[in-house]
Structure formats: structure tokens, C-alpha cells
Write a protein that binds this ligand. Structure first.
Ligand code: FES
Length: 162
């Protein structure tokens, strides 16, 4: 190998090493923020616990389970979902109770039947009393209740999503 061949080989190695180093720096400068941007939604916590206002407590009749429906949107990473809820507000002398409309057997939606004075589930013919207690059928426990609070006369329930 001549002296000029050795110099050319050395230059080639230097240029290759320099290009690799510049490429690595550029890749890091551009790549790390880009990966952070792409991954950030997956790292955000979704809303899983919230107080939902149902309206003025006085607007709900006494001693009549009254349905109230609402939807909640939830963003969990890349997944955005909307869920609908129907609850029943029951006011009486003791205060207020808010019942879930999801049957405790297999989660079908119950409805209040005033003529039967009961919530009925269409899936397996279950019945719940006005306080949510099981009257008939396979449900293993009463209807679920929501934690409630009153703020400035407005009824709120605590919704916890799994
Ligand atoms: S889901 Fe309601 S009784 Fe089965």
C-alpha cells in the first residue's frame, strides 16, 4: 500500500466516523422528542373518578324513582370512549338515594315500572324494590348505589369507572 492509499483510507475512515457521529446526534435530537410526542397519550391517565351534577335536588319528585341519563367521554391513551349512564334518583324523608340501572345479575338495564312498584329486568325476569332490594330472580345483590353530595342545592353523584 502506497502512502497516498493509506492517507485516503484514513480519510475515508474519518469521514465515515464523522458522518456516523453527526447522524447519531441528529437522530437523537429529532428522535427523542418525536418518540415522546407519539408516546405521551399512552402515558396520560384517563379520567376514572368524577362528581357528576344531576341538577337541583328540588327538581326531583319525592318518593318516585326518577330516571336521569347522561354520557361521559373518557380518553385513555389513544382510546377515546363514550359511555352512557341511566340512574334513578329516589328522594324521601330520609334524604336522597341514587340507584344504578344496571342489573346486578348480568348488567342488563332495569326500568322502573310504577304499576308494579318495582324495577324490572327484561333479561331474566328479575325485580327490585324501590330501594333497589332484590324481590325476585337471580340477581345476587341489590342495585348499586352512588355516593352523593349536595352543593348549592345541586345533587351530584360520584362516578368511578374501572
Ligand atoms: S341480567 Fe337482570 S336478571 Fe339477569
Amino acid at each position: 500500500m502506497s502512502e497516498s492509499d493509506a492517507v485516503n483510507a484514513s480519510r475515508r475512515k474519518f469521514v465515515t466516523a464523522t458522518a456516523a457521529a453527526v447522524g447519531a446526534v441528529m437522530g437523537t435530537v429529532v428522535g427523542v422528542p418525536a418518540l415522546g410526542y407519539l408516546a405521551s397519550p399512552a402515558l396520560e391517565a384517563g379520567g376514572t373518578d368524577a362528581w357528576v351534577p344531576l341538577g337541583k335536588l328540588d327538581s326531583f319528585p319525592v318518593a318516585v324513582p326518577t330516571p336521569f341519563s347522561f354520557t361521559r367521554s373518557r380518553v385513555n391513551g389513544w382510546d377515546k370512549s363514550t359511555r352512557s349512564y341511566t340512574v334513578y334518583v329516589l328522594r324521601d324523608e330520609a334524604g336522597v338515594k341514587v340507584l344504578s340501572s344496571r342489573c346486578t345479575h348480568l348488567s342488563c338495564q332495569v326500568t322502573w315500572q310504577a304499576d308494579q312498584n318495582a324495577f324490572t329486568c327484561p333479561c331474566h325476569d328479575a325485580k327490585f324494590g324501590a330501594q333497589g332490594e332484590v324481590l325476585h330472580g337471580p340477581p345476587p345483590k341489590p342495585l348499586d348505589t352512588y355516593e352523593t353530595k349536595i352543593e348549592d342545592g345541586t345533587l351530584l353523584i360520584r362516578v368511578v369507572e374501572a
